[in-house]
Design a protein around this ligand. Sequence first.
Ligand SMILES: O=C(O)c1ccc[n+]([C@@H]2O[C@H](COP(=O)([O-])O)[C@@H](O)[C@H]2O)c1
Ligand SMILES: Cc1cc2nc[nH]c2cc1C
Length: 346
Amino acid sequence: MNWIFEPIAAPAADYYLKAQQRQQQLTKPPGSLGVLEECAARLAAMQRRAAPGIERIHISVFAADHGIAEEGVSAFPQAVTVEMVKNFAAGGAAVNVLARHIGAHFEVVDAGLRQPVALPNVIADRAGAGTANFAHGPAMAAAQLEFALAVGRRAIARALDHAAQLFVGGEMGIANTTSASALAAACLQLPASEITGAGTGLLPEQIDRKAAVIAAALQSHRSRLDTPLAILQTLGGFEIAALAGAYIAAAQQGLPVLVDGFISSVAALLAARINPGCAAWFFFGHCSAEKGHSRVLQALNARPLLTMDMRLGEGSGAALAVPMLQMACRLHNEMATFAEAGVSQG
Ligand SMILES: O=C(O)c1ccc[n+]([C@@H]2O[C@H](COP(=O)([O-])O)[C@@H](O)[C@H]2O)c1
Ligand SMILES: Cc1cc2nc[nH]c2cc1C
């Protein structure tokens, strides 16, 4: 478990400054490329390159089952988690289409489904057979949390084997917005009702019930929720812990991360609470329509690249934002300077 606390180097400040200086020289009013300028400068600092670029992208979707699904907190049956894993393996899910479009390497990881999926292209790296129902007790044992964090670390090792320059994590798990909402409420010390949303599509009165389930669990576990790891063990999911482990391991290896939606951002929040240096390596792809996402982004001081009213998960919102980062790099690298183009400066 000690690896999780190992220090994280900051992106290179000298490359960041150099990149900012170049942005001032490009043929545009200073600052006129907005957030794209910051993205290019941050990537230059992360890659230690004057000319940053993202050609190789690795997408890992972590799937797991949730005991809390028993409480009737999702609009969909729990069987959908396994069914969607088969769909990911067959290439038919939204994230598969986006992965193909951006030319990403895609993998799906069984991080703890109730029943293993015996398909050759599903990576079995199972922390357990689904979490326990956290309405009645802790979601996982300490050893399961440790394993699930390492699932993410192993995904980063595979990404680096493929010489990836960007890591995109995704998740699939029916009822995982209940887990993520409970985690966010515990981390941010907010009432469950301020974070809890529709997930896959609950009606308003069903959302109230979901928030009540979370509020009762937060109350019953309150003495346990004193560290980020204890919060993750008590209320988390195996795919959420795998994402948190992946984000920390990526930052430790100097691999930039593009975070997806609500559940992924809660994993990023936990990662940042466990090992704060990792946050400097995060980009945020989009602001999900899920109610709690903007609060979580705010807590992370994060500015998401896109707002598309998506609420799918799977890494889809992050995959959609990859071309924004790529275009930020190309603008930075390929635009003419005022001197080169003979354009007068203001
Ligand atoms: O990423 C998001 O912002 C997001 C928001 C709502 C739902 N989801 C996806 O929907 C599933 C969880 O929804 P639920 O209602 O079963 O808790 C899970 O598989 C997530 O990938 C994802
Ligand atoms: C069909 C379906 C696809 C998903 N992808 C991520 N979460 C999901 C939830 C459902 C229900």
